[in-house]
Design a protein around this ligand. Structure first.
Ligand code: PEP
Ligand code: MG
Length: 325
């Protein structure tokens, strides 16, 4: 079946009535661009920089980071690459930075940790800027943002790094586009202010689901409750898209939902046009989207938003996919 999906992969993902959907890769260790499957991707929508950090025995130096980031950028050719700053903490520990907390997912993770360690954060920002050079490919994404001050502080550090480097290198680097992960629910209600500060938002449906439902994303005892098809989550995702459009904020989804057939259908039905996913999902989602129309999806979404639980939502999605494939 994968073969059948792959045959069409180099064709752009487009619905039957011509809505172009951009599909990007989520990447970590390698860029994910090595495989021919990746030829069909429009770029890297999420490069998780914590993965190379986790494989080191100590914080990688600026030079080491530049090298890794350059490899990822060059693997993507001329396509855009969204690099996320360090998102350790929570379920992602660094062997050389032990963190002991009762509630790691509500604790010291992502941007919080970076802002508490400007000496480390600046090295990462400098490495990213240097890897990006004077090109247009690089975009920088901030994880676990829960308030606007975190964005403002980061923009100051970024400006500092940018100005230092322009002097040191006696050349002019590109100012990359900046985005924030929408994964802490409160930020959903501040998108107008977010739009004044950054260029784009990437919806982290994994953490957004975890925090909206108060369900640990990795705890098997409650795994049946962790469900991104919960009507409350769907409404939050729809609201996020509507508000991003209203405030002219570019938006994509990089959580697992974007790489699931049902999830991709729902997101496209809501109006999302940028989905980022693991390499293994790319061909299948492309194949699926090329066989549906926006009219059908609108109707589907209306129905999904009218039922009262995730099971009913998934039943509707199952019936829909059976009818259309
Ligand atoms: C998410 O939270 O949806 C996300 C994409 O980030 P991560 O899975 O790395 O936390
Ligand atoms: Mg996350």
């Amino acid at each position: 079946k994968q073969k059948r999906f792959s045959a069409e992969l180099t064709l752009p993902a487009e619905t039957l009535d011509g809505r172009r959907i951009h599909l990007y890769l989520n990447a970590g260790l390698l860029s994910g661009m090595e495989s021919p499957i990746a030829d069909g991707a429009d770029g890297i929508g999420l490069y998780r920089t914590e993965i190379p950090f986790m494989l080191h025995q100590r914080f990688p130096s600026e030079a080491e980071q530049i090298k890794v980031y350059q490899q990822v950028l060059s693997a993507a050719g001329t396509r855009p690459v969204v690099m996320r700053t360090l998102d350790v903490g929570g379920d992602k520990p660094l062997p050389y930075l032990p963190i002991k907390e009762d509630n790691p997912f509500l604790g010291w993770r992502g941007i919080r940790l970076s802002l508490d360690h400007p000496e480390l954060f600046l090295v990462q920002l400098r490495a990213m800027l240097q890897a990006g050079g004077s090109g247009q490919q690089l975009q920088i994404l901030l994880p676990m943002v829960s308030n606007l001050d975190e964005i403002d502080q980061t923009l100051e550090y970024l400006e500092q790094a940018y100005e230092e480097l322009n002097v040191e290198l006696a050349s002019v680097l590109t100012r990359p586009k900046i985005g924030v992960m929408l994964e802490v629910p409160a930020l959903l209600y501040q998108l107008a202010d977010v739009a004044k500060r950054v260029d784009f938002v990437s919806v982290g449906s994994n953490d957004l689901t975890q925090y909206l439902l108060a369900v640990d994303r990795n705890n098997p005892s409650v795994s049946s409750l962790f469900d991104s098809y919960h009507p409350g989550i769907l409404r939050a995702l729809k609201r996020a898209l509507d508000e991003c459009q209203q405030y002219k904020l570019d938006v994509s989804v990089c959580g697992e939902l974007a790489g699931e057939p049902y999830g991709a259908l729902l997101l496209v039905a809501m109006g999302y046009t940028k989905l980022s996913m693991n390499q293994a999902s790319l061909a299948r989602i492309n194949y699926l989207l090329r066989r549906v129309s926006c009219n059908q999806l609108n109707l589907l979404l209306e129905r999904c938003l009218a039922v009262s639980n995730a099971t009913q939502v998934k039943q509707l999605l199952q019936t829909f996919t059976e009818q259309h494939h």
